[in-house]
Write a protein that binds this ligand. Structure first.
Ligand code: V0D
Length: 239
């Protein structure tokens, strides 16, 4: 790697461990999801305080559709509950909402609420709170390839003009530029896998893992991991 000390502009988090949190307490899974939703509020406000420009949260992947119907139904209501509860606070804190993922299969009501949240916060100039919702990285890369292939076919693009920059412009993170690539990825609950999250964009990112389950993750934990990230970077600078 280079010795340029980079700052934490884009933080991405895989919010894992909600089901396990509930199981430990002999509670139904949805209680874990509900507490996990509260954690989003805590962490978004803390990230905003830390001066982070983009916070991307992996909330639902294209693979999660295989879960029990009742659980999927509950999950699809969470964006509605989230904005009902937290929209005033997001506005007060100048947070801009973005949703990144595939429209197909998302219930109309859920989709409409997310569109509304984006529209209401579009002029906010603070942190971007970016939800990866019905997102899958391979699907994103395939979709980008299709868009480029269509441009080649209609003659507006030459194959030899396709490069990393042109490719990145077709990804779902394009609108986050210049912060489209996360500086740091955090995954909670001890799992150390990418699970089809931002495969292209994480190519040069630092990773931090914590045993804490997402509903237990707090602002103090976030600050510790961010401090680790900063230290790690400082050491790199001295080599
Ligand atoms: C469930 C931890 C908020 C992860 C957090 C269906 C497990 C709580 C949202 C949300 C989820 C999504 C989009 C949006 C606003 C809010 C959310 C899911 C899961 C995926 F625009 N919480 N939340 N989405 N859980």
């Amino acid at each position: 790697m280079n010795n340029k000390s980079h700052s934490l502009n884009h933080l991405a988090i895989i919010m894992d461990g909600n089901g396990r949190w509930a199981k430990k307490r002999h509670l139904p899974r949805f209680v874990g999801h509900k507490h996990g939703m509260e954690t989003i509020r805590t962490i978004a406000l803390a990230a905003n305080e830390l001066g982070i420009k983009v916070l991307t949260l992996y909330a639902f992947s294209t693979e999660n559709w295989g879960r029990p119907v009742d659980e999927v139904k509950y999950l699809m209501r969470l964006p509605i509950d989230f904005f009902d509860k937290f929209m005033p606070e997001l506005m007060e804190n100048n947070v801009k909402v973005n949703i990144m993922g595939f429209r197909d299969e998302i219930p109309d009501k859920t989709y409409q609420i997310m569109e509304k949240a984006m529209a209401e916060t579009k002029d906010n100039t603070g942190m971007v709170l970016n939800f990866a919702f019905n997102y899958g990285a391979r699907k994103e890369i395939v979709s980008a390839s299709q868009k480029l292939a269509k441009k080649v076919k209609d003659g507006s693009l030459m194959p030899e003009d396709i490069n990393e920059k042109v490719f990145a412009e077709e990804l779902l993170t394009a609108s986050l530029a210049p912060y489209d690539n996360p500086d740091l990825l955090i995954r909670t609950s001890g799992e150390e896998r990418l699970s089809n999250f931002l495969l292209w964009q994480l190519a040069y990112s630092e990773f931090e893992f914590t045993e804490k389950l997402w509903p237990d993750f707090n602002a103090e934990d976030l600050k510790e991991l961010v401090a680790d990230f900063n230290n790690r970077d400082r050491r790199f600078g001295k080599i």
